[in-house]
Design a protein around this ligand. Structure first.
Ligand code: UD1
Ligand code: MG
Length: 454
């Protein structure tokens, strides 16, 4: 049998999250819970992925437009068994079916491959785990020979059964045929008045249909998210895994508990990252680069031997080798810092190229600007790029020196080697290799005396 269909259950109300956001859209590592599950499902190359969600799930569907998914509606949330029934009409008779939960995000591809491999030809394979505190979960009931005879939900379990530590993850692999035969026989005679998917285990046992069990080695893989506390706990676990993986590649990380990757980070050798660094989207950091404390890096490529000092926000930028950035710099999208350039404290850069070895060390706004090589931008320089309607470009050629507190009213060009006197308001192009000054001439009032009190 080689037709694999995957059903992801995601119709639950998620009321314990106390949030207007559907549970499966809450994020783990910056990615919706459901997306983690969908991507893992895709790794198994199924014929189709079916996601069961409630009838009021437009916001969920919209988030996953890029995925090829059969969305199945479950108008009333009558239980996990009822949810699976909704997907069956879309699944051929002779198929294998893997059931996943939209709120169990860290299940691994390897575990699922194992579960499918272990599945008896005409039977069912169940993923279980041993928890020291199994509160709230379905308990695995075994007979004297160790065979699984039933799953009993926590709310239906006797005190003796509640002592059982082996629990049901909810994840299972079986055949479409078994689901078609047994799901219609489910009833709601239980503590929650629901059609429990788990009740088919006892029926299979009665009919001597083999039920196999795979014990998860890694309990976090099957940890579900039911409330905000569980989500936060799983987030830390997820971040720890990412940090461990990066450290095993050689990352020198000051404190794995104060490090967050909400996307993908690739690193070269001898990269150092201090505390409280947040990575979002796709970030690449090359060899011998140091990231100081409290930095936010998003969709950015950083070259070799770069120093990012404390407390910078860098987004959508390319930073070449040997640059020095910060502290307190803000680099906005579409900015390109060529090698050896520097952007210092309280400098904002947007849609701007800064040439080789050029410097903007203090208190500037550089927007829609092309800066050549070996340029010095004095403290307080502002490119006035916006006229209230449109944005305009500033061009500053190689070897220019802009004096402090200069306003450059775009569109404007400062020619190669020009020097602009401090405090200038430059409204027309400044010629190359000349000193241009545009400020009120300084005068001294003779015979002036300061007014005195009384
Ligand atoms: C379920 C299992 C329990 C297991 C636990 C693991 C059953 C009856 N119980 O309990 O044995 O230990 O998961 O976390 O299966 N859902 C729907 N439609 C519904 C009800 C639920 O799509 O009508 C979805 C939920 O969105 C969720 C999943 O099914 O993704 C599990 O539902 P939930 O209510 O969390 O089940 P548990 O009580 O946790
Ligand atoms: Mg649950």
């Amino acid at each position: 049998m080689n037709l694999l269909h995957i059903i992801i259950l995601a119709a639950g109300k998620g009321s314990r999250m106390h949030s207007s956001v559907p549970k499966v859209l809450h994020t783990l590592g910056g990615k919706p819970l459901l997306e983690h599950v969908i991507q893992t499902a895709q790794n198994l190359h199924p014929k189709k992925i079916h996601v069961v969600c409630s009838d009021n799930s437009t916001s969920i569907r919209e988030c996953f437009n890029q995925y090829d998914i059969n969305w199945v509606e479950q108008t009333k949330q009558l239980g996990t068994g009822h949810a699976v029934i909704q997907a069956l009409p879309f699944i051929e008779q002779a198929s294998q079916v893997l059931i996943l939960y939209g709120d169990v995000p860290l299940i691994s591809t390897t575990t699922l491959e194992q579960l499918i491999e272990d599945m008896p030809a005409e039977g069912l394979s169940l993923l279980t785990a041993k928890f020291s505190d199994p509160t709230g979960l379905g308990r695995i009931i075994r007979d004297n020979l160790g065979a699984i005879t039933a799953i009993v939900e926590h709310k239906d379990a006797s005190p003796l059964q509640q002592d059982i530590k082996e629990i049901n993850s909810g994840i299972l692999a079986t055949t479409s045929k078994i689901l078609r035969n047994y799901l219609p026989r489910l009833h709601q005679h239980n503590a929650q008045g629901e059609y429990y998917l788990t009740d088919i285990i006892a029926m299979l046992h009665t009919d001597s249909i083999p039920v196999n069990c795979l014990l998860a080695i890694n309990p976090e893989e099957i940890a579900g998210v039911n409330d905000q506390k569980q989500l936060a706990k799983l987030e830390r676990q997820y971040q720890k895994n990412i940090a461990d993986n990066l450290m095993s590649q050689g990352l020198n990380l000051a404190d794995p508990t104060r490090f967050d990757v909400r996307g993908n980070l690739t690193i070269g050798s001898d990269v150092t990252i201090d505390i409280n660094v947040i990575i979002e989207g796709n970030v690449a950091i090359d060899t011998c680069t140091t990231i100081g404390p409290n930095n936010f890096l998003k969709n950015t490529r950083i070259g070799k031997n770069v120093t990012v000092k404390a407390s910078c926000v860098i987004e959508g930028a390319i930073i070449d080798d040997n640059c020095i950035i910060g502290p307190f710099a803000r680099i906005r999208p579409n900015s390109y810092l060529e090698s050896g350039s520097r952007v210092g404290n309280f400098v904002e850069v947007k849609n701007t190229k800064i040439g080789k070895n050029s410097k903007a060390s203090h208190l500037s706004y550089l927007g829609d600007t092309i800066i050549g090589n070996d340029v010095n931008i004095g403290a307080g320089t502002i490119t006035c790029n916006y006229d209230g309607v449109d944005k305009h470009q500033t061009i500053i050629e190689d070897l220019v020196f802009i004096g402090s507190n200069t306003a450059l009213i775009a569109p404007i060009k400062i020619g190669k080697g020009a020097m602009i006197g401090a405090g200038s308001v430059i409204a027309t192009d400044a010629p190359a290799d000349k000193l241009t000054v545009a400020r009120v001439k300084q005068i001294t009032i003779e015979n002036w005396s300061r007014k005195k009190k009384g």
